[in-house]
Design a protein around this ligand. Sequence first.
Ligand code: ATR
Length: 278
Amino acid sequence: MKRACVIGWPVEHSRSPLIHGYWLRKYGIDGAYSKQAVRPAAVMDFLKSLAANGFVGCNVTVPHKEAAFEAADEKDDSARAVSAANTLWLADGKLCAANTDTYGYMTYLGLAAPGWDARAAPVSILGAGGAARAIAYGFLKAGVDEILLFNRTRARAEALAAQFGSRIKVLDWNERQARSREAAVLVNTTSIGMNGEGSLDIDFTGFNPACVVSDIVYVPLQTELLARARGCGLRTVDGLGMLLHQAVPGFEKWFGVRPHVTEELRNILVADITGRPC
Ligand code: ATR
């Protein structure tokens, strides 16, 4: 039996077992996927003995993503861009790392808002943490000419821009509404709005009607940001799709089947998030 897991500290909140458990059942695979609570002091030892502990790989959540990147022998381009990894697997005795947030975000954006890239318009990114890095990298790879980056702590946005080059333009946090009106996509990568807490305080009146508004927060599914955008007739993309799609590459590496993100799987997660049966 092949075994994979998600490691974190804490890890109890992780919804990855719901996703991988669904796929293991759906494809009839003799495998298992568990949660492993790993203390920060123990993470390097854990990762170096993945195979000895019977695992073919793992997902990595907070606060171990940077340690996972450091521990890996081979790293994909997205992991390098973010200096953090969320997916690890063993290949020929080597520990390989990927950051699949870029793939997850860009894949779902393409599915949920086809044609988002039809306009020669900038993309606005709110936030400058690890998620912002993964998403900025995705947009740059997709050929976007200009990314407008807004972060409460401007120095962090400037560090991100310094890494990625001149296509990223840093603007003040309090300009996020006024300077995003012509954006092709506006994405929130901050934790504002999670569990209904805080507000990004953006009024979408006067935005270009083709603007797509997305949020990586998925609890609640419809965040205040998305509700406001919808209220102004804009297309919206929720954060759950990114969570589902980022899981695809890991499952394929560990269990040898490229899984599908189905409506049924999405409904399982929606039921878990909302507390209502599917
Ligand atoms: P992750 O790696 O998941 O992206 P992170 O590195 O903790 O998480 O980044 C969180 C992001 O949310 C940051 O951009 C943070 O802004 P700062 O760099 O100024 O800390 C942003 N953020 C969190 N709470 C915020 C708030 N109340 N107002 C504005 N930005 C906030």
